[in-house]
Design a protein around this ligand. Structure first.
Ligand SMILES: Nc1ncnc2c1ncn2[C@@H]1O[C@H](COP(=O)(O)OP(=O)(O)OP(=O)(O)O)[C@@H](O)[C@H]1O
Ligand SMILES: [Mg+2]
Length: 491
């Protein structure tokens, strides 16, 4: 019953509203009845004292025997003519009733029949009041006062009014209060329902979208709605879905490319095995050539698988414990020394320049060397004879890092290829001048990018067809830091 957010919100709102309303109703109701009682008491007292004053003279004269009881009756009836609902009784000092407007045979004042009269006799100011049932079973509010003349007790006057009359306006007020409270409870319930809808509806939408997404529709997104937090949740879901879609698509493309790239050498090997089985072994020269070609395809496969494994290791950050201080200037110098023979063979000028004291960074030396090697190898590979390859190493602006640029005067890369240049297996057809044995895999730049990003760096490419290409690596540099040995770093 309370499982949905909406019902929980409605019931929690109703519960709080009901408790508050019951408390308010109880306290306010009590206060209203008390106020009504106080008001009635004051009114009856005022009336009783005024009437007792008016009765002073007739009572005195009656007790003296100068006038009959009738003049007392007339006087009291005259004073209370405007209060037809009042029950009044006049008692002699010892408790005998002499006048009563409702009871033809009134009983003598006693603790049971008129306790308020006894209270008025004992009270300092001569007043007593009670709420009790009369002999007819009606609940009455009674007030009794003394009738005195110059400190002489002449009698007592008692006024009574049905509590029904006293509390009638109070009951009206309490009924109005009850209706108001009912209105409050219903309003709070509706408010809870509306609030529940504004929260539950976006949550429902988000849940449906998540179900669709998990069922395989990677393009589905939700529209942020409802309170700020839920909008943020929806936006986070959308960005997470976007990233997942991108990553899954990349993964699919990678699997497709990898299968294709692996199938090519495998097919080549299979064709040669079939040829050998079909009788090519008869010719020692042909079988020798086929075996050599199979060996080179196997090497190629091995290289590709190794490259892929290295990529996974780098991307998973598995080699970070082997970080150490690497002097990039020395690394660049060594790379250029190694490649200068190849450059000379191709008739390419290979030059390098670096600023001293800018080159120490914390990183994985073998990986950094591999990144620089790949870029220089590409530059030499794709630059024609007579060209120039230039390696430069400088601090970035603000000395926060180092910038390593490998610039060539090769054919350049068309603008449409630039966004894909770092994708795995991406090659531009027609650019590869290598032989079957050394044919490229298209993983070189992907590995460079992974290495740079693993070092919290950035790689960019600027290229213009016919003019050349520049790859720029920016790496954060902490030249003055002491390596943190507790993280496995060493100097
Ligand atoms: N300096 C460059 N000048 C012109 N084109 C380049 C340059 N560097 C890379 N390219 C182009 O980018 C493609 C991808 O380069 P990448 O290094 O990733 O692969 P590859 O060199 O083809 O193969 P691998 O490096 O795995 O042997 C290349 O095929 C080439 O067409
Ligand atoms: Mg390459």
């Amino acid at each position: 019953m309370f499982r949905t957010l909406n019902t929980r919100l409605i019931f929690s709102h109703l519960a709080v509203a009901l408790v508050s309303v019951i408390l308010v109703y109880a306290f306010a109701g009590r206060a209203i009845f008390q106020a009504a009682e106080q008001q009635a008491e004051n009114r009856l007292e005022d009336l009783a004292f005024a009437t007792s004053n008016a009765l002073e003279e007739p009572m005195h004269n009656f007790l003296e025997g100068e006038v009959s009881l009738n003049s007392v009756q007339v006087a009291v009836a005259h004073w209370l003519a405007d209060e037809p609902e009042l029950h009044y009784t006049v008692y002699l000092p010892e408790g005998t009733p002499i006048v009563d407007n409702m009871d033809a045979t009134p009983t003598r004042a006693s603790v049971d029949s008129a306790p308020e009269v006894l209270l008025a006799l004992q009270d300092g100011i001569g007043e007593g009041h009670t709420i009790r049932y009369n002999q007819f079973g009606d609940e009455m509010f009674y007030v009794a006062v003394r009738i005195e003349h110059e400190d002489e007790l002449l009698g007592l006057l008692r006024l009574g009014i049905p509590t029904q009359n006293v509390f009638a306006p109070a009951r009206g007020s309490v009924s109005t209060l009850f209706l108001f409270m009912l209105f409050v409870v219903v309003s709070v319930g509706i408010a809870g329902w509306l609030l529940g809808r504004t929260i539950a509806a976006p949550v429902d939408t988000l849940t449906r979208t998540a179900h669709q997404f998990s069922a395989g529709d990677l393009s589905v997104r939700t529209t942020p709605a409802g309170p700020h937090e839920l909008q943020q949740l929806a936006e986070t879901f959308n960005s997470m879905a976007g990233r997942l879609e991108h990553n899954i698509n990349q993964l699919r493309a990678f699997v497709a490319n990898a299968s294709h790239e692996l199938r090519t050498p495998l097919t080549a090997i299979r064709l040669r095995v079939e040829a050998l089985q079909a009788g090519a072994t008869q010719d020692p020269q042909v079988s020798q050539r086929f075996l050599a070609e199979m060996e080179s395809e196997i090497d190629r496969l091995t290289n590709m698988v190794n490259d892929l494994l290295d990529l996974s290791r780098i991307e998973a950050g598995m080699d970070t414990e082997r970080y150490e201080w690497v002097d990039l200037a020395i690394l660049v110098q060594e790379t250029s020394d190694i490649f200068c023979v190849r450059a000379q063979k191709k008739g390419i000028t290979l030059e390098q320049e670096h600023t001293a004291d800018t080159s120490r960074i914390l990183g994985h030396e073998d990986q950094l060397r591999r990144a620089v090697d790949n870029l220089v190898a590409n530059a030499l590979e794709y630059t024609p004879e007579g060209g120039r390859v230039f390696i430069s190493l400088h601090p970035t602006q603000g000395q926060q890092g180092v910038q390593l640029a490998i610039c060539d005067t090769g054919p350049g890369i068309a603008e449409k290829h630039l966004p894909h240049i770092f994708d795995r297996f991406f090659r531009i057809s027609g650019t590869d001048t290598r032989t079957q044995e050394t044919r490229s895999t298209g993983l070189g730049l992907a590995i460079v990018k992974s290495i740079v990003e693993a070092h919290r760096g950035r790689i960019t490419v600027h290229s213009k067809l016919g003019e050349g290409t520049t790859f720029t690596i920016t790496l954060p540099c902490r030249r003055d830091d002491t390596p943190r040995s507790q993280h496995g770093y060493s100097t």
